[in-house]
Design a protein around this ligand. Structure first.
Ligand SMILES: NC(=O)c1ccc[n+]([C@@H]2O[C@H](COP(=O)([O-])OP(=O)(O)OC[C@H]3O[C@@H](n4cnc5c(N)ncnc54)[C@H](OP(=O)(O)O)[C@@H]3O)[C@@H](O)[C@H]2O)c1
Length: 257
C-alpha cells in the first residue's frame, strides 16, 4: 500500500477480490473523519433463508472458514465488539482476534438481567477488557483505564424497566469509555435494533450456501406494507470463497461533539 497524496492505494495491481476487500477495509483502518464521533459496523452470518441459528440457538457454524477470518479481521480493527445477552448465553464466545493479527477489542455484552453465566469465557478468561452493561442509571465521570482492568466491569446504564434501551445510549456510554469504532457482532435482535435506530454505518452480511428452513432470523424490523419502504442500501458483493459477502453502507449522522 502507498499513500503519496493522502489517498491509500495498492502498490501493485490486485485481483478483483483483493481490490474489493482493500476498498472495504480501508475506511475501517482509517481514523474517523473530523467531527465524526463514532463509527459502527454490524455483521450477520446467515443461511440462504435468512437464519442465523437453529430454533434451539445453534449457530456453529453457518459460515465457512473464509467468513470466520473476515469476522476476526473486523474485530481486529474495532475498539469494541458488542453482543447481546442471547448470543453470549448461547455461544459462550471469546470475541478475541485469533484468525488474523491484531489486538483484541474491548468486549461488551448487553446483559441487563445478568443472565449470562458467570462461568462463560467473557467473564473468566481475562483475554481482553470486558464491560457488562446492566440495568441501572449511568453515572458519567472519570473512567478506569480499560487496558488495566483485571476483572469484568459492570456498567449500569440500561435503565430500570424491561424495554430495550435506545442503542444511541449504548454508543454514548462506549464513547465515554473512549471506544469509538464499534463492531456489533450479533445476534439478530441486537443488530436489528441498531439498524432500526439508523446507527449502522456499515453492515456486513455473510451468506452461506445453506438452507436451514427454520430458526432464528437475521433481521427483525417493524412490518411494512410496500416494498418502497424496504431498506435498499448501497451494496458491494464480494465472493469470500466459503461465503458471499454483502457489504452494505448506510448514510448515518452520529452527530458532532
Ligand atoms: N450467525 C451469526 O452471525 C450470529 C452472530 C451472533 C449470534 N448468533 C446466534 O444468534 C442467537 C442469539 O441472537 P438473538 O438475536 O436471539 O439475541 P441477541 O441479539 O444476541 O441478544 C438479544 C438480547 O440482548 C439484550 N439486548 C440487546 N439489545 C438491547 C437493548 N437495546 N436494550 C436492552 N437489552 C438489549 C436483551 O437481553 P435481555 O432479554 O436479557 O434483556 C436481548 O433480548 C444465538 O443462537 C447465536 O448463536 C449468530
Amino acid at each position: 500500500m502507498s499513500e503519496d497524496d493522502g489517498n491509500w492505494r495498492l502498490l501493485r495491481p490486485a485481483n478483483e477480490q483483493a481490490q474489493q476487500l482493500f476498498d472495504l477495509f480501508l475506511p475501517l483502518v482509517s481514523p474517523l473523519a473530523d467531527g465524526q464521533t463514532t463509527s459502527v459496523i454490524g455483521q450477520l452470518g446467515q443461511s440462504l433463508d435468512g437464519r442465523i441459528a437453529t430454533v434451539s440457538g445453534h449457530s456453529r457454524f453457518i459460515n465457512g472458514d473464509d467468513g470466520i477470518v473476515h469476522l476476526h479481521r473486523i474485530r481486529a480493527l474495532s475498539d469494541a465488539v458488542v453482543v447481546g445477552a442471547g448470543t453470549a448465553v448461547a455461544d459462550n464466545p471469546q470475541l478475541t482476534v485469533r484468525r488474523t493479527s491484531g489486538d483484541n477489542p474491548v468486549r461488551v455484552v448487553i446483559d441487563r438481567r445478568r443472565r449470562v453465566p458467570a462461568s462463560h469465557h467473557l467473564f473468566t478468561d481475562n483475554a481482553a477488557p470486558t464491560l457488562r452493561l446492566i440495568a441501572g442509571d449511568y453515572q458519567p465521570g472519570p473512567k478506569p483505564r480499560l487496558q488495566e482492568l483485571t476483572s469484568v466491569l459492570e456498567v449500569p446504564c440500561l435503565g430500570h424497566n424491561q424495554q430495550p434501551v435506545c442503542p444511541a445510549q449504548i454508543l454514548a456510554v462506549l464513547a465515554d469509555f473512549g471506544l469509538h469504532k464499534i463492531f456489533i457482532e450479533g445476534g439478530g435482535v441486537t443488530v436489528s435494533a441498531f439498524l432500526h435506530a439508523q446507527l449502522l454505518d456499515r453492515l456486513h452480511v455473510m451468506v452461506a450456501p445453506m438452507i436451514i428452513g427454520s430458526g432464528r432470523p437475521a433481521f427483525t424490523l417493524p412490518e411494512i406494507d410496500q416494498l418502497d419502504d424496504a431498506l435498499r442500501p448501497r451494496a458491494t458483493m464480494v465472493n469470500l470463497g466459503s461465503d458471499m459477502l454483502f457489504a452494505l453502507e448506510f448514510n448515518v449522522n452520529h452527530g458532532g461533539p
